[in-house]
Design a binder for this molecule. Structure first.
Ligand code: DAH
Length: 358
């Protein structure tokens, strides 16, 4: 017995059922096809010139009209769907390739934001750079100090107003530690003079950068924490002329040649005689303005010849050594050099300000 011809003459070639079978086969093959070559093979196999679908299309012309329409429609859907699935698979494959390929190392990198030194650090270094070539060595000391170093050894009497609790940040109660005195946040860098002299014999030339603390209310010219650079020179013969020569050389180097300076008598407990040094106000060139409080001059530093009591406190023979000392505020020097009017900008960490200091 032979198989009966299916009723309703199907042409030799492609049947509707075979198109379905083609679709099934294509669907399962494309499910795990990824590489572009494999996708191209599938396209040739299912839509190429020798594919059953192509053969089916060729037959259409010889079919009776009602069959032609049904088969034509189905073939068309098959073709459109196969193309769509192939395109989708190709897109997935290329997305996966670019993911696994990683970043493009040939692209220029993002430049990391370069940090820079804080203007106060820069100013401190500029000050030290003036003294180091003149034979001064850079020395540092503790920020938490004893009363002995901050006051007593510097010939500051017990009843001096700066020793009041509202002028100094005390860490201990005043009666603690009867020998060295209470601990405090140092109110100036001068105690490092004492520490340096206790550690070594003259001759001595040191500069001391550091942070100091005073409980002043914050305003445009006061901060509870600021910086100083201290200086000390001790030898068998050091005169006020040495002090004047060295400080004048510093001021010329820091502020530029032609900056007028003056030494004005003053009082400090740890020096005798003592002076304050002013520079001519750069804002008004000495005529008087708001920057210099109408004085025409701006105070820059304190200085003087080391008091014999200070030498005695460290065990130096006061009759055989001489020395000078000085101290200056770093914020103030920085503000004057760059025309900054408010000390608070140094401590607010506003990058728009800080970035202006290369
Ligand atoms: N220690 C003083 C102050 O903080 C500054 C000073 C003045 C330091 C005269 C010195 C000096 O070494 O000789 O105001």
């Amino acid at each position: 017995m032979t198989e009966p011809e299916p009723s309703g003459a199907q042409p030799a070639g492609l049947t509707l059922g075979q198109i379905d079978a083609q679709w099934e086969a294509f669907s399962s093959e494309i499910a795990d096809a990824q590489r572009p070559e494999k996708l191209e093979q599938l396209r040739v196999k299912y839509l190429g010139r020798k594919s059953p679908a192509a053969a089916g299309l060729k037959q259409l012309g010889v079919l009776p009209p009602e069959q032609r329409a049904a088969l034509g429609k189905r073939l068309n859907v098959f073709k459109v769907e196969v193309e769509r699935r192939l395109a989708e698979a190709a897109q997935r494959a290329s997305a996966a390739t670019s993911r696994t390929a990683g970043p493009d190392l040939t692209l220029p990198g993002d430049a990391p934001a370069a940090g820079r030194l804080h203007p106060i650090t820069q100013t401190m270094q500029a000050i030290l750079d003036c003294f180091v070539p003149m034979g001064f060595e850079v020395v540092e000391g503790p920020e938490i100090e004893y009363e002995f170093y901050n006051f007593d050894a510097l010939n500051i009497p017990k009843d001096h107003p700066s020793r009041e609790a509202f002028d100094t940040f005390f860490v201990d109660a005043p009666t603690d530690r009867p020998r060295e005195g209470a601990r405090l946040l140092r109110s100036h860098t001068s105690p490092v003079q004492i520490r340096a002299m206790q550690r070594r014999r003259p001759p001595l030339r040191i500069v001391v950068p550091g942070r100091v603390w005073r409980p002043d209310p914050l305003d445009a010219s006061h901060s509870f924490m600021f910086h100083q650079v201290e200086g000390l020179m001790v030898d068998s013969r050091v005169t006020f002329a040495d002090l004047k020569g060295i400080l004048s050389a510093f001021l010329t180097r820091y502020f530029g040649p032609g900056t007028a300076t003056r030494f004005r008598p003053h009082f400090f407990p740890f020096t005798e005689p003592s002076a304050e040094v002013d520079i001519a106000c750069s804002a008004c060139r000495g005529h008087g303005c708001s920057t210099c409080e109408q004085k025409g001059w701006i105070e820059i530093l304190g200085c003087g010849m080391v008091h014999p009591n200070v030498f005695k406190a460290v065990g130096y023979p006061a009759d055989r050594v001489q020395g000078f000392a000085f101290g200056m505020g770093v914020e103030r020097l920085c503000m004057l050099k760059y025309g900054i009017r408010d000390i608070r900008v140094f401590f607010e960490n506003d990058l728009r300000v800080l970035e202006q200091f290369q």
